[in-house]
Write a protein that binds this ligand. Structure first.
Ligand SMILES: [Zn+2]
Length: 272
């Protein structure tokens, strides 16, 4: 019977199942018929003999029937077990048992470890994914909490300034650079400065609005930096030094990011 090499390889791969007695009777018969005329497969089965020999000792509850074992081992030309068949495993194992046991055990162990490692890897992958999700959620929660605290703290500070007994109000008007803009400042020596504005132009990249307190001194005093939201609005609270000279007015200019010690840019808002 002609046989392609693929067909032969498939048949040859049944050798392990064959020596373990795991083939169906029909497959077993077909395999045995083939082994009888194929030196390659016969050699392969012979190379597996130590495994079944070890299994015969290590797993007596699954021991192949004596008939099967005799057939398997007897089918191997020149097999030593033909002249010294395995005796039922009672008493001490025969000489040479341990290396075969080790070989069989390491085969079984390697297969079991392979499956175990695979399932462990997929479980770890799933756990890592869930940990990442939980970490992301926690980080998002912390960011939201920090934002809520910041907004609440801001509102509290603004309210404290607005209700301060020493509060001073200064209205600022848009200048030719921003005719639509307007602002209102509330200043309390003890509680700081609340600054609200609307209709401010967006600041160019690398620039910031800077608030100046005008006093009887010649030099304006910086009170803080801000950038309006996309609608041109701002509501911010700034601490001011307790010894700030009495303000007589305020101004807002556009300056380089980080601010400058003295105003250099165009005035956008002025109030006296
Ligand atoms: Zn073959």
């Amino acid at each position: 019977m002609a046989m392609s090499s693929t067909e032969h390889d498939e048949l040859r791969e049944q050798a392990e199942l064959y020596v373990l007695g795991a083939l169906t009777p029909a497959d077993r018969d077909a395999f045995e018929t083939h082994v009888a005329s194929c030196a390659d497969c016969a050699a392969h089965v012979k190379s597996l003999a130590p495994v079944i020999q070890a299994l015969a000792h290590t797993a007596p509850q699954h021991e192949p029937s004596p008939a099967l074992r005799t057939r398997v081992l007897g089918s191997i030309p020149g097999s030593p077990v033909q002249t010294a068949p395995i005796s039922p495993s009672v008493g001490r194992p025969p000489r040479g048992f341990v290396p075969w046991l080790a070989a069989a055990a390491s085969l079984v162990l390697a297969a079991a470890l392979g499956v175990y490692a695979l399932s462990l890897r997929s479980r770890i992958g799933a756990l890592e994914l869930r940990l990442q999700e939980a970490t992301d959620r926690a980080a998002a929660g912390e960011r939201q909490l920090a934002e809520v605290r910041r907004v609440a703290g801001d509102a509290q500070s603004q309210l404290a300034v607005l209700v301060a007994p020493d509060v001073l109000r200064i209205d600022l008007a848009g200048q030719p650079t921003a005719p639509q803009a307007s602002a209102r400042a509330f200043w309390s020596r003890s509680r700081g400065l609340v600054f609200t504005a609307s209709n401010l132009p967006a600041v160019p990249p690398g620039k910031t609005y800077q608030i100046w307190v005008l006093t009887k001194q010649a030099a304006p005093i910086s009170a803080g930096l801000f950038k309006p939201d996309p609608q041109g609005r701002v509501a911010a609270v700034f601490e001011t030094p307790l010894d700030l000279p009495q303000p007589v007015g305020m101004a807002v200019t556009i300056e380089l990011n980080g601010g400058v010690p003295a105003p250099t840019g165009d005035k956008y808002l002025v109030g006296l």
